[in-house]
Design a binder for this molecule. Structure first.
Ligand SMILES: [Zn+2]
Length: 200
């Protein structure tokens, strides 16, 4: 245990092998492919959970903040890919409202449907849209826990002005999850829960 009263979530250097901050990612599929590349690399590097995410600027289609699951390397149970992407985007923009008060909308792209925590963080981030690859049930099928979410979570986000697009490259996204299991990815979970399951 270290004594420093701080926390950091450093993204691995290989992120820059995949992310090009100078080019646009125009379509939902372009954006999802990048996020899936990040998730797959995280699996290949045995760097943590099989999840990737990113924040994109809707005006330019440029990536603002990439994220991968850092729960294990950062010893941080909240370091899900979406949370990391949101934090990196905020850091790069120098502001906590990623949508600039609605004047500069942004989109969160997640390789798998957000868990209960990440669903909660989505409206607080200020994004205007969410794009999702694999579904909740795809993650649960290989043992990941998404937590308790309302059945109508899409309607909840839409009621807060956030558009939701599901099933973008869902098969490819689900394959990333399967790849993680096939390569013996570590199952991380909270030890206090009745039925310990890793968190997505
Ligand atoms: Zn999450």
């Amino acid at each position: 245990m270290t004594s420093g009263l701080e926390f950091t979530c450093k993204l691995p250097d290989w992120i820059e092998d995949h992310v090009d901050f100078d080019r646009p990612y125009p379509t939902a599929e372009d954006k999802m492919r990048l996020v899936l590349d990040l998730a797959l690399r995280n699996v290949a590097e045995q760097h943590g959970g099989p999840f990737g995410a990113a924040i994109f600027d809707d005006t330019t289609d440029h990536i603002v903040g990439p994220g991968v699951n850092l729960v294990i390397p950062a010893s941080n149970p909240t370091a899900h890919a979406e949370i990391v992407a949101i934090a990196v985007a905020g850091s790069r923009l120098g502001q906590y409202d990623l949508g600039s008060g609605g004047t500069r909308p942004t989109t969160l792209v997640a390789s798998t449907e957000p868990c209960a925590m990440c669903l909660g963080a989505t409206p607080w981030s200020g994004v205007s849209a969410l794009i999702v690859g694999a579904r909740d049930e795809d993650a649960r099928a290989i043992g990941f826990d998404e937590g308790s979410k309302p059945d109508d979570w899409v309607a909840y986000l839409e009621s807060r002005g956030i558009s939701v697009q599901l099933d973008v490259l869902r098969n490819e996204a689900t394959n990333v999850l399967r790849q993680y299991m096939a390569t013996g990815g570590e199952i991380y979970n909270a030890t206090e829960t009745e039925e310990p399951r890793p968190n997505a």
